[in-house]
Design a protein around this ligand. Sequence first.
Ligand code: NDP
Length: 430
Amino acid sequence: MTEFTVLNPATEEPVTTVAQASAEQADQAIARAAAAQAAWRDVAPGDRARLLRSFAAAVDAHTEELAGLEVAGSGHPVGQARWEAGHVRDVLLYYSAAPERLCGRQIPVPGGLNVTFHEPVGVVGLIVPWNFPMPILSWGMAPALAAGNTVVAKPAEATPLTAMRIGELALEAGLPEGVFQVLPGKGSVVGQRLVDHPAVRKIVFTGSTEVGRQIMAGCARQVKRLTLELGGKSANIVFADANLVRAAATAPYAVFDNAGQDCCARSRILVQDSVLDRFMELLEPAVKGVAVGDPASAATEMGPLISAAHRAHVASYVPSGAPVAFRGSVPDGPGFWFPPTVLAPVRPDDPAYTEEVFGPVVTVTPFSDEADAVAIANDTPYGLSGSIWTSDVGRATFGGFKQSGLGRELGPDAPDAFTEVKNVFIATEE
Ligand code: NDP
């Protein structure tokens, strides 16, 4: 059996070791999920709703424990980690209302009517990245369970602890065995098996665009349903008519939250050239004021990166001679620290400007007018997120996905995406 040692990113000390599931164990978990599915589908909607509310209550009662695991195992600041555990509770509560609202339609047709039903697709495989282990787990888990599917979740190898505990809490809350399982292991083993196994009828993947492409190809081989939530390279556009003081004060949190390990990080700040100098004057103290340090401290705003390998990757975007305008500070000693860093001016072909860094590095680029800002913001294969600072609400609109994903879920209709619509004809004429 192989094991993975979870390191505390702030101290580099081992937290615990976790046994990695094999492909055979993945097959066994999928078989358990398939066996449990018919009974879970047949649980009366009101009872399924009650079980999801019990699950939410169990998560709520363990908020501190879950937050502590995320602080130790992922380096998330404790305030953020508490919010994340509470978010899992809230997502479960939100979707606990769904089973009783998963209604079909009546369609009048000659000689009778068609009635549609939302049937669960079966076993759903969730593949979760390391940057937000709890929220991203909940976004797939809750609507899939609400719709009557069973779920096998694979957390990221580096950050399995909170997902594993949430799996235990599901059982403690009364969800039947096999309905929600968490299987720690490698993406290339457990994740791949979820994609390849014919009994898994839908994959929900959040992660890099590169792995997302492979998973899409794997699902295509079986015409398997798929949701992809992929990378981003989002712009924070500051027009000259904006409240510059507020725009500069909040810009660091739009990119350095979770140490920049956020698909929605606004890692390109675009500033109208007439106010660029003033904006940079205001941005410098805001960046230097970000509280980077011990994630267990309530005052900390930014923790370490997830691993030494990831820190080396982030550092490759700031080679010696890089145009560092200014940067924040980090603690001395062990820990995978990287300071909040502002690069300006950057060349349009600088990888820090064109690629997703997934770390606390932001570029600042001037633009001349609205058309220029839109052209620069759109000059990326991604389209996930964005911020616009202006007092003219007419131009503050945003939209687009491009290579950032496919079939984004959440919202009230999310459980529908975990169902197949069945159409039954009911004759009303002899
Ligand atoms: P990866 O794509 O490397 O990994 C994501 C998950 O996929 C992990 O659980 C990983 O397992 C698993 N995996 C890896 N290879 C395979 C495979 N061949 N088959 C099946 N599963 C596999 O991404 P990161 O973990 O590095 O996460 C960061 C990325 O996630 C960033 O690009 C970011 O933009 C994106 N992201 C997107 C979000 C969105 O909502 N759009 C939200 C959050 C992040 P293992 O851990 O074992 O490698």
